[in-house]
Each structure stands twice: as structure tokens, then as C-alpha cells.
Design a protein around this ligand. Structure first.
Ligand SMILES: NC(=O)c1ccc[n+]([C@@H]2O[C@H](COP(=O)([O-])OP(=O)(O)OC[C@H]3O[C@@H](n4cnc5c(N)ncnc54)[C@H](O)[C@@H]3O)[C@@H](O)[C@H]2O)c1
Ligand SMILES: O=P(O)(O)OC[C@H](O)CO
Length: 335
């Protein structure tokens, strides 16, 4: 199969490696000529996965025309806030009808749209799905066992791609709940920032477990109002990725939170990260949506206040804990 991966960052490169090693013809669409050159001539990605040797049949391009000619699947792995611009740039040359897979976890700030919704506006004739779940790029690139979920509304297409894209260590489960999988992937990044803050403040393991669990409740509260399937939250994209990202030090989102908890400024952290931490942007989209819809998302609200209103995390925590006592499950989490 000819696969084009748009975005030669850590995730695009890791996915490209896995599928090239499976024998697919993988073209990685990069933005910077020097990076494409390094991938092609030195067989490594010095900026994002420097210690990983890349296979010969993983080729990088900077010309979208070359990367997309006669391709059979396009996988999107650019930061969510740039997806629209990148997709619009290839609107006229991307083959019609071929499946598009978003590997992106986020929500567009200006519109509150998911990546698949954005792709739907730009490529209405192409079937669209999402790949998500607990998957640090570095571990995938190292060939460590990983399970993710691939969601397409059309089950036969999900099955076909599941077969094509699974390998002996990269196992794809299939789903038809595209919206639910996307909401889970977006919200877990915000919860990972919260968990990082908590660990940075040394609040302990009990606090982190509470954040993960109440983060799941928040994910469900939002997802159910947006038409997600309830089972999806307990799956790989939901609970699976929440656990990974809220506990794993490889997470960029967790790292942002941890450093905030240790007292660093957001600008300083982002200036030294060199990779995208989607939760930093998704929290804006979520916060605005929750305000407008009257939806209660207290952890999201707290993360927003720490990031954008420069609130001391300790004050935010005090407020979270002093909210009125309530039942663990209230509507819409329980009828
Ligand atoms: N890294 C992971 O472990 C991982 C795992 C699963 C999902 N994801 C998701 O994949 C997406 C991409 O993340 P990543 O980790 O590869 O990020 P990254 O920061 O490592 O790389 C981002 C890539 O996008 C490119 N890019 C940025 N702005 C662009 C623009 N305007 N036009 C074209 N290209 C642009 C960058 O040059 C870079 O190649 C995110 O939504 C992330 O949540 C990442
Ligand atoms: O490094 P993060 O926080 O973007 O997380 C990467 C993946 O989404 C983990 O599944």
C-alpha cells in the first residue's frame, strides 16, 4: 500500500517507520528541506527521534505533489491548530475518495472542531477516520508493544485498514465511534497537564489517581453531550491514554504540567519544549465551549486558569476541593 504521512515530527516519523518496516511504501511529507534531507540520506530524524534508525523505504518529501501522487491512504500528524492550513494547502492535489486518517489529538480553538471534522470540511468526498490510544512515539519507534484504536464509521473500511496497518507489535483495534475516540484523545491531554501539575507540586499518588478518575468523568460528561459511545471512554483512546499520559514522563503534556507545578512560567516551558503539547491549546477550546454550553468541567477550568490567568496552582486546587460535595455519578454520567 502507498501511504502518505503528513508531518515529519515524532509521531509521523514513528508511524512511518512502523508501516515502512511492514513493507508499505511510506512517504513522509516534511516542512523543512534539511529535515527531509536528513531522513533520506542519514536515515534518521535528528530533530524528533534522533536515536532511531529509519528504514530505507521510508522516504521524506517536501513537495506535496510528489508525496501525494497515486497515494492510497493519507495519515495526518501535524499539530491540531495547523491542520486546517496544511490540509487546505493540498486540497487540490489530494486524490479523491482515498481514506484519510487523523493521528492528531486536539480541538481547534477557533471552531471547537475535531481534526476529522476539519478534514471533512476540506475533503468531503474522502472517508475519514482516526487513530488514537496510548502510544508514545519513541516507544512505537523502538518497536515496543503498543495497542491503539482505529475508528471509521464504515466498518468494512475500518477492517481493511486495521489489517493493513497492524503489525506484530503495533496492534490496532477497530471502532466506529469516530467522534468518541477524538474527544477522548483531545481531553486526555488536558488531564495530563493537570496530573503533571499535581506531581510537580508533590501532591502524591492519591491525588493523581483522583485526577485520572475525575478526568475520565469530565471526558465522559463532554463526550456524551457530543454523541460519543459510552464504551469508548473505557477503551484505549479513553482510559488507556489517560493512564499513559497522566503517569508517563515521556508525555509532553504531563511535562508542561510538571514544570508548571515546579514553578516555571508557561512561556519558558513552551520555549524549550520544541514539540507540540496539544493540551495547552485544546484547553482553550474546551474552556470556551464549556462556558458557552454551561457544562461543568472543573479540572479543565483549573488548567485554563493556571495556564492563561496565571493563577497559582495551589489556589486552583483549593477551589477544586472546596466545591459543594456531590454524588460520584450525576447526570449525564447516570440517567
Ligand atoms: N508524539 C507522540 O507520542 C504522539 C502520539 C500520538 C499522537 N500524537 C499526536 O500527533 C500530532 C503531532 O504530534 P507530534 O508528536 O508528531 O508533534 P511534533 O511536535 O513532534 O511534530 C509536529 C510536526 O508538525 C510539523 N508542523 C508544525 N506546524 C506545521 C505547519 N504549520 N505546517 C506543516 N507542518 C507543521 C512540524 O514541522 C513537525 O514535523 C499531535 O496532535 C499529537 O497529539 C503524538
Ligand atoms: O507526549 P504527549 O503528551 O503528546 O502524549 C503522546 C501520546 O498522545 C500518548 O498517547
Amino acid at each position: 500500500m502507498r501511504i502518505t504521512v503528513v508531518g515529519a515530527g515524532s509521531w509521523g516519523t514513528a508511524l512511518g517507520k512502523v508501516w515502512a518496516e511492514k513493507g508499505h511504501e511510506v512517504r513522509l511529507l516534511a516542512r523543512r528541506p534539511a529535515l527531509a534531507e536528513a531522513i533520506n540520506s542519514r536515515k534518521l530524524n535528528p530533530d524528533y527521534l534522533p536515536e532511531i534508525e529509519l528504514p530505507e523505504n521510508l522516504k521524506a518529501f517536501i513537495d506535496p505533489g510528489q508525496a501525494l501522487t497515486k497515494t492510497e491512504v493519507v495519515v495526518w500528524a501535524v499539530p491540531c491548530q495547523h491542520l486546517r492550513e496544511v490540509a487546505q494547502g493540498v486540497r487540490d492535489i489530494l486524490p479523491r475518495k482515498i481514506p484519510l486518517i487523523s493521528a492528531i489529538k486536539g480541538l481547534e480553538i477557533a471552531t471547537f472542531k475535531t481534526p476529522v471534522e476539519i478534514l471533512g470540511e476540506i475533503f468531503p468526498e474522502n472517508p475519514r477516520g482516526v487513530l488514537s490510544g496510548p502510544s508514545f512515539a519513541l516507544e512505537v519507534a523502538r518497536g515496543l508493544p503498543t495497542a491503539v484504536v482505529l475508528a471509521f464509521e464504515e466498518e468494512s473500511l475500518a477492517r481493511e485498514l486495521q489489517e493493513a496497518l497492524s503489525t506484530s507489535f503495533f496492534r490496532l483495534y477497530r471502532s466506529q465511534d469516530v467522534r468518541g475516540v477524538e474527544i477522548c484523545g483531545a481531553v486526555k491531554n488536558v488531564m495530563a497537564i493537570a496530573a503533571g501539575i499535581s506531581d510537580g507540586l508533590e501532591l502524591g499518588l492519591n491525588a493523581r489517581a483522583a485526577l485520572i478518575t475525575r478526568g475520565l468523568a469530565e471526558m465522559m460528561r463532554l463526550g456524551l453531550t457530543r454523541g460519543a459511545e459510552p464504551f469508548t471512554f473505557s477503551g484505549l483512546a479513553g482510559l488507556g491514554d489517560l493512564v499513559l499520559t497522566c503517569t508517563g514522563r515521556l508525555s509532553r503534556n504531563y511535562t508542561v504540567g510538571y514544570r508548571l507545578g515546579r514553578g516555571e512560567e508557561l512561556e519558558e516551558i513552551l520555549g524549550s519544549l520544541h514539540q507540540v503539547a496539544e493540551g495547552v491549546y485544546t484547553v482553550k477550546a474546551l474552556y470556551r465551549f464549556a462556558q458557552g454550553a454551561g457544562l461543568e468541567l472543573p479540572i479543565t477550568e483549573g488548567v485554563y486558569q493556571v495556564l492563561y490567568e496565571k493563577e497559582d496552582p495551589r489556589n486552583v486546587l483549593r477551589r477544586l476541593l472546596s466545591r459543594p460535595l456531590k454524588a460520584e455519578f450525576e447526570p449525564p454520567l447516570r440517567p
